[in-house]
Each structure stands twice: as structure tokens, then as C-alpha cells.
Ligand binder design. Structure first.
Ligand code: AKG
Ligand code: FE2
Length: 348
């Protein structure tokens, strides 16, 4: 049970019966029910046969086939979570001990420590030269390992991945006192104000390096949420701005210094806040609790899988932007779901 999930609906908990182990030579897509979004837990007393993640137990850089890589991309893009019981990339006990030795009360740690691989810049750590060099080196090494792993696991993306930030999260999530829109214990889909994706997807790799579980909840995936709420959250109004945003984008791309945010990015930012503000949605939606055990690693498109973290401390995470042209299933991406609903192009 510890590696499986607890399902909750309106506060009732159900035990999941088993984790789906894909330790097999068959292509994953053939073995899986296709529409994760249609899954529902209907009876609080019923044992659910759903699994919170797809476990990969046979990955190694040498034996990974193009077929398996493509199936992993397909499952991720269909808004499922890929799960590894242990870090599937080199991660030493020394590095783990180093991270765990950072006390969240230490004034050198501002909140999250972030590392930007493209510019090799460390943020959020205010130690002296020696200690910040050590943090910088350890974060750089972690980021390099994850990037190498992701390029190998998800080969269809390898040449097109955009490296976003990595982070070290040393603070206990339970009971954090944050402004509403920054709260991560409320269900949301991710969108970054400073990094518009123009329809590219936000892929994140998490490792729980702590000695206790990291507890998430999820709910219906983006296509179902959008169908239910996008109109109410203002999609038609934002879609109507697409034309002048397109002109601004062209001017921006020839060097005119004006803001360049597509209607898609505008809506995703707005939807992130709208979901967090919506207390009825937060309390009444179907919830699935996922306990990620110590040292597990999971990959997830956090623009498609609504999520909230309820408790847990000490995690590492690396984010990637996967551009639209790299996706193996672009027809289910959030931008296409929204374009379909709006009847308009949302990023030219
Ligand atoms: O730290 C976590 O486990 C997830 C928090 C979250 O929602 C985020 O970083 O977008
Ligand atoms: Fe998030």
C-alpha cells in the first residue's frame, strides 16, 4: 500500500488495489486503458482498481528502445504520471546527505533554491563563497544528470527540449503560510508568468529525497477541467485578444521591445489563479491522493495534471518546456483542447 495511492472523494478514502507495473517488453500504449480522464471513483465504500502512476522498473540507458521511449511520451502527454521507485539517474548518497543537512530555518536558504541550467546561475541561496559554490556545484550536477536521463528516456524530445529551472525544496509543505496564488496546497495547473510557452508543455521531474512521503492530490485532468470551467474562467474573452497578440508577437520577433504573451499563456496564467481562488471547486472536486515514497522520482506534465502538495519536505525538481513540434500527441495538449473549445487559434 505504501507505494500505491489513497483515493478520496468528498473526504472519503479508498484503497487502490495495486500499482500497474509496466516491467515488460510490450509497448506500454497497448497495455493501458486509453482515456485516463474518464476514470471516476463513484462509491466511497468501493475498492478502486485505479493506479495513480505508471511504474517503470526496467529502464536503463542501455536497453531503452525507441518504442518504449515513444510510449512514455504518449502516456505523459495523456496526463499520466511516470513513476520510478528509485532515482533513474546517478544520485549519490553524499549529495542526498548534503541536501538533507540544509536546515529550512537556515537564513542562507531563502525559500526554494533554484538553478538555471541555460545560464548556470544559482538563486535563493545566500551563503558565503565556499558554501554557495558547493550548493551551485551540487545543483548543477543534479540538473545535468536529470537532463541526460530525460533525453534518453524520452528520445522523441531529445533535440528539442528547452531547459527550464531546477529547484531544491527544503521547506515542509504542510502549514506553509503563503499568499493564495502562491499556495501549492490548492489544486492548480502550472503556468509561469515570466516564461510563456506559446503552447509548449511544462514537463517536470521530481525526486522526493526526504525520509517521509511527499503527499499530493490530483483531480480530473486538464481536458475535463477545461471543458467544465474554461468558459466560466473567461476563455472566450481572452481568445478574442488573439489577433492583436499575434501582431505584437510579430513585432516582438523583429526586435520591437513590447510584451509578448500569447492568448494561450494569458489564459493558463488566469486559470491557475482562478482554480486556486475557487473554493467550491477546491472543496467539492473528486480528489485522488498520491503518496510519493522516499527516494521515488516521478515525471509529470503539470500543465495537464492538476496537482497540490499537502505535505513533504526536501524534494528536487527539474523543469523542461517541450515545444509543440516535439509532442507525439499534440492533439491532446492543453493548447489544442482550448483552441477546440474557443474555436480560435491561441498562439500563432
Ligand atoms: O513541490 C511540489 O511537490 C509541487 C509544488 C507545485 O505545485 C509546483 O511547484 O508547481
Ligand atoms: Fe504546481
Amino acid at each position: 500500500m505504501d507505494s500505491c495511492a489513497t483515493i478520496a472523494r468528498y473526504g472519503h478514502r479508498l484503497s487502490a488495489t495495486a500499482c500497474l507495473d509496466l516491467d515488460s517488453r510490450e509497448p506500454m500504449a497497448d497495455k493501458l486503458r486509453d482515456d485516463y480522464n474518464t476514470r471516476r471513483v463513484t462509491m466511497a465504500t468501493q475498492t478502486a482498481s485505479v493506479t495513480p502512476w505508471i511504474q517503470i522498473s526496467d529502464y536503463s540507458p542501455e536497453n531503452w528502445t525507441a518504442e518504449r521511449a515513444r510510449a512514455c511520451c504518449d502516456r505523459l502527454e495523456s496526463n499520466q504520471i511516470l513513476f520510478f521507485a528509485r532515482p533513474p539517474f546517478p544520485f549519490s548518497g553524499t549529495d542526498r546527505a548534503y541536501f538533507l543537512a540544509q536546515k529550512s530555518s537556515d537564513s542562507r536558504l531563502h525559500k526554494n533554491v533554484s538553478y538555471r541550467p541555460a545560464s548556470d546561475v544559482l538563486r535563493g541561496f545566500g551563503g558565503d563563497d565556499r558554501s554557495s559554490r558547493l550548493m551551485h556545484d551540487t545543483m548543477r550536477n543534479y540538473s545535468l544528470q536529470v537532463v541526460g536521463f530525460v533525453k534518453n528516456l524520452l528520445t522523441p524530445y531529445a533535440s528539442k527540449l528547452q531547459l527550464d529551472y531546477a529547484s531544491f525544496r527544503p521547506i515542509e509543505e504542510e502549514g506553509r503560510d503563503l499568499p493564495l496564488h502562491k499556495r501549492n496546497d490548492l489544486l492548480h495547473v502550472d503556468a509561469f508568468p515570466s516564461r510563456p510557452t506559446r503552447g509548449g508543455r511544462i514537463l517536470r521531474v521530481f525526486t522526493n529525497i526526504s525520509e517521509k512521503a511527499r503527499v499530493w492530490i490530483t483531480t480530473d485532468r486538464f481536458p475535463a477541467l477545461a471543458e467544465r470551467f474554461a468558459r466560466e474562467a473567461g476563455l472566450p474573452k481572452i481568445a478574442a485578444t488573439s489577433g492583436w497578440r499575434g501582431v505584437r508577437h510579430l513585432l516582438h520577433s523583429v526586435g520591437v521591445p513590447i510584451p509578448d504573451r500569447s492568448a494561450y499563456d494569458e489564459f493558463m496564467l488566469y486559470f491557475h489563479d482562478w482554480l486556486k481562488e475557487n473554493s467550491r471547486f477546491q472543496s467539492e472536486c473528486v480528489k485522488e491522493q498520491i503518496d510519493f515514497p522516499p527516494m521515488s522520482t516521478w515525471l509529470v506534465y503539470t500543465d495537464g495534471v492538476p496537482h497540490a502538495v499537502l505535505s513533504g519536505q526536501y524534494a528536487l525538481e527539474q523543469t523542461f518546456i517541450v515545444p509543440r513540434e516535439a509532442l507525439v500527441k499534440p492533439q491532446v495538449s492543453p493548447i489544442r483542447v482550448l483552441e477546440e473549445l474557443a474555436g480560435a487559434v491561441l498562439a500563432g
